[in-house]
Design a protein around this ligand. Sequence first.
Ligand SMILES: *Cc1c(COP(=O)(O)O)cnc(C)c1O
Length: 432
Amino acid sequence: MYICDNVNVNEKGNLTFAGQDTLELAAKYGTPLYIMDEEKIRFNCNIYKNAFKKYFGDNALPLFASKAASFKRLYEIMKDEKMGIDVVSSGEIYTALKAGFSLENAYFHSNNKTDKDIEFAIENKIGYFVVDNIEELKRINYEAEKQGITQKVLLRITPGIDPHTFEAISTGKVDSKFGSAIETGQAEKITEEALKMSFVDLSGFHCHIGSQIFETEPFYKAVAVMLDFIGSIKTKLGFTAKQLNLGGGYGVRYTENDPVFDIDGSIKNVAQFIKEKSAEIGIEVPKILMEPGRSIVGNAGMTLYTAGTVKIIPGFKSYVSIDGGMTDNPRYALYKSAYTVINASKADKTADFNCSVVGRCCESGDIIQENIMLPQTGRGDIIAVLTTGAYNYSMASNYNRIGKPPVVMLNKGANYIAVKGETLEDIVRNDI
Ligand SMILES: *Cc1c(COP(=O)(O)O)cnc(C)c1O
């Protein structure tokens, strides 16, 4: 009945997540509350791990794009699941280190790594940099020399593909702040530069075409462009890429309008295509990497709120205000992202009340979802927003001096705090 199999309703009419009563969780930990289904995270990792093993063999590795959800417990789970990771800042690197994650299979992204980031990452033995541009490459070479090492790198290439998703999160087109474009000749130029440098070791190439993708077609296009590029680099510069990282991007179901998508089947087809295309070009199949973020943690998360003011404006709209909002989930404010919202206290009741669910910040744009149907909702009802495991906690802010909610993990009937909620003291801890 719901968009994901870990969401259900119990005999009391309460919404459950990972088999646990959301009202009991809200009562135990308070709201707003992020809850995460640990088994679902591991299950999602295994979709990728199994598919990679089946279709690529041993020469492949899925990486968790940790910007989707970054805190110590998640890196522990990724370590346990033998996933690689992708990180985008010193903060994510530090969190991974604190979780005991060895950085051998960590890939450092970002379109603007600072000198400090570069120094910090090399000091901490980052496995790979995914280098965005020539200036950065020079700085990495300089820092590697200074620290007396040779640094492995991939180069981020812009393949010029629009995966037909939302503009602000489609990043593989030529006009992008990310990477070096093939079309402009900059991709070849940066490859040439990398091969000349003494303290960087070029392992291969990376591309990332976008997010929330439910088709295999854009990946075929990306693979074709990237393998052609690898082939032409081999011919022109005599360099054979050992790795090809295809980025992240598979979608998750936010609402019933999103399709059920077979990631395993899609990877199978991509693998087949890579093998055929590599043979055609006359190169060995490189080690294949992918960096799923959303599809690892998205449907493993839910946010619980308590309804406060319910404002019915006769002849206009009705508003249900919750005790969180854009501070814990800025995605509607940023992208008008769709979400499924449920009154968890009345999950068995008919949804016949048209309303907008809004946050508590002093911003009209602080909206979780507009124009949705809930059952008749009143102050004190628990409101659940589904599929919030990706890009919610990791994008949370302290706007209006609102503390970030705790993250509670659910596992086989048990639950535990992975990240404490911020207290009022936490709010002022850096104020002098
Ligand atoms: C955001 C991002 C990802 C993860 O994307 P998802 O859509 O969450 O799978 C992977 N790689 C790069 C470079 C990214 O920017």
